[in-house]
Write a protein that binds this ligand. Structure first.
Ligand code: ACO
Ligand code: PYR
Length: 529
């Protein structure tokens, strides 16, 4: 693993499956881990710290399974600690488990901070140095490339720089391929990380890396400062999960290094995979990706304020630092009360491409949106409802059905799994259909009964499924009489769309969103949208 001075390669190491899984609410199955390894391999991440074989059978099984799964771009790294105190490496169960993982690369972490040696390991400073060198030497002797994680390096260096340097020298002299300086407590300032890294690069020589945590929100900045100071190996997790406040976010670091600082991390054709990889990893982790996440969040290239939207249409560089396509993301124009005609025009043109900005209907639609937003509607995330509203103003909406009546009955007991029943009457032209269905709660029952009734007239609705349901109180001051906004996400297996409904009655708000979701599907199918 040598840095190529011509292309200035920075080697990324993703630890989503090791340090990431130390994050709150993150738990991966072996299958999840394999799925994430495949995504990172496709993304071109050279090192994947996949697990800690001494932590339990799951990671042992993972490394076993991975022996028969070839990777194109990545190398798996097994992770573990230096040998225990007063123990020979060959007798240390953790080290034996690390070797048994069978990976060419291993990471071992050791203590750099004298206080930790004294109070956590409860041994002498000399024994800690021996633990580091024995461990690294033993692994090197067994043919492993060792990435040495110098735990708490920056805290250690602040308190006792001489000893901190002795620990990393011990690892280097024992044959470590790369010495990684860890800001384990995540509280070192970027300037300090840069200055200390520069000292280490100068005094230690060879490959130096960086591993930062985000406890003061500076993990990305500190990692970049370390690279500027000469580090050429950067550890982090792809969407920032990790112990406490998380690890340095590689989906930010990668494009900054490559697009802003001129380093090479992945092949140019792999960069546009970035957004898809981040979203895929978030999905598998069952965590919602923060929409404001740089580069990959759904809001990273979203424009809401009317003046910004107008300017972006004139020249995208006015409010976008890169073309979103470079990282596989896309621009979103959000329609809201702070939007102007330019923002709206963008949405109306999707339905009527020849419409002009000065067409009076644009102003009428804008007025309706403002009025609806006063009632609690919000169209930013409910594009399907917005399209129906626009279609109505363009006099092109042909309602496919009318919901005449509904009734809900709930079982009056305390069993939380009790069923609700909904009865719904729908008319289409001269025909009508009355249907009942049961569900886990009134909204579920209503959704099922409405879809069942509409399916009688439009069989395509059978494929439609509600996939997400969110309720937000709009005016909290009126307590249980508050107005609520319901957002529902629907899919027909090919497309996913979101609709909105509001009311003081949660059932009515839900029903409005459900009716819009079916109407949207039918309008798409008949070519109106
Ligand atoms: C900064 C980091 O993220 S480092 C990675 C931390 N990750 C984890 O801890 C997750 C995986 N860990 C585990 O599954 C368990 O801790 C195991 C299986 C490894 C060890 O379990 P146990 O034997 O029960 O030990 P336990 O977790 O209670 O205590 C940790 C031990 O590791 C020792 N230790 C801590 N750091 C190091 C180190 N760098 N090198 C060697 N030993 C260390 C501690 O001194 C303590 O030993 P002691 O009990 O003799 O005082
Ligand atoms: C090794 C590691 O994860 C840390 O020091 O933060």
């Amino acid at each position: 693993m040598q840095a190529n001075p011509q292309s200035q390669r920075v080697w990324l190491c993703d630890s989503s499956l090791r340090d990431g899984s130390q994050g709150k609410q993150i738990a991966f199955s072996v299958a999840d881990k394999i799925d994430i390894i495949r995504a990172l391999d496709e993304q071109g991440i050279p090192f994947i710290e996949a697990g800690n074989p001494s932590a339990g059978p799951k990671d042992v099984q993972l490394f076993e399974r991975m022996r028969s799964i070839p990777l194109q771009n990545s190398r798996l790294v097994a992770f573990g600690a230096t040998r225990r105190k007063n123990c020979r490496p060959q007798d240390d169960v953790g080290l034996q488990a690390l070797l048994a993982a069978g990976t060419e690369y291993v990471t071992v972490f050791g203590k750099s901070w004298d206080m930790q040696v004294d109070q956590v390991l409860r041994t002498t400073l000399e024994e800690n140095l021996a633990m580091i060198s024995d461990t690294v030497a033993n692994l090197v002797a067994q043919g492993r490339q060792v990435l040495y994680d110098a735990e708490h390096f920056f805290d250690g260096y602040r308190h006792n720089p001489t000893y901190a340097m002795q620990t990393v020298r011990a690892a280097r002299q024992a044959g470590a391929t790369c010495v990684i300086l860890c800001d384990t407590n995540g509280a070192a300032l970027p300037a300090e990380v840069g200055a200390v890294t520069a000292q280490v690069v100068r005094q230690l020589g060879g490959e130096v890396g960086i591993h930062c945590h985000d406890d003061i929100g500076c993990a990305v900045a500190a990692s970049l400062a370390a690279v500027e100071a000469g580090a050429r190996h950067v550890q982090g997790t792809f969407v920032g999960y990790g112990e406490r406040c998380g690890n340095a976010n590689l989906s930010t670091i990668l494009p900054v290094l490559q697009l802003k600082m001129g380093y090479s991390c992945v092949a140019p054709q792999q960069l546009p995979l970035l957004t898809g990889t981040a979203r895929h990893i978030a999905d598998i982790s069952n965590v919602i990706l923060r929409s404001s996440l740089p580069f990959v969040g759904s809001g990273a290239f979203s424009h809401k304020a009317g003046m910004h939207v107008d300017a972006v249409h004139k020249n995208s560089q006015t409010f976008e630092h890169i073309d979103p396509g470079q990282v596989g993301n896309e621009r979103h124009i959000l329609i809201s009360e702070v939007g102007g005609k330019a923002a709206l025009l963008h949405s109306v043109k999707k339905i009527q491409p020849d419409i002009k900005k000065d067409d009076p209907v644009i102003e009428q639609i804008r007025e309706t949106i403002k009025k609806k937003e006063m009632e609690g509607y919000q169209y930013e995330s409910a594009e399907a409802s917005l399209k129906l509203l626009i279609l109505g103003h363009l006099k092109r909406l042909k309602p496919h059905f009318k919901l005449d009546m509904y009734r809900i009955m709930g079982e009056q007991n305390s069993n939380i799994f009790s069923l609700s029943t909904a009865i719904v009457k729908v008319t289409v032209g001269d025909g009508w259909e009355m249907t009942a269905d049961e569900g886990k709660g009134p909204v579920n029952a209503l959704d099922k009964a409405t879809r069942k009734a509409v399916t009688k007239f439009y069989p395509a609705i059978q494929k439609v499924r509600l996939i997400d349901y969110k309720v937000r109180v709009v005016d909290q001051n009126t307590a249980s009489a508050a107005r609520v906004r319901v957002l529902i996400e629907t899919s027909d297996g090919e497309e996913t769309w979101t609709t909105v409904g509001t009311s003081r009655d949660i059932i009515k708000a839900s029903l409005r969103a459900i009716v819009d979701s079916l109407e949207y599907k039918l309008s798409r199918d008949d070519g109106s949208l």
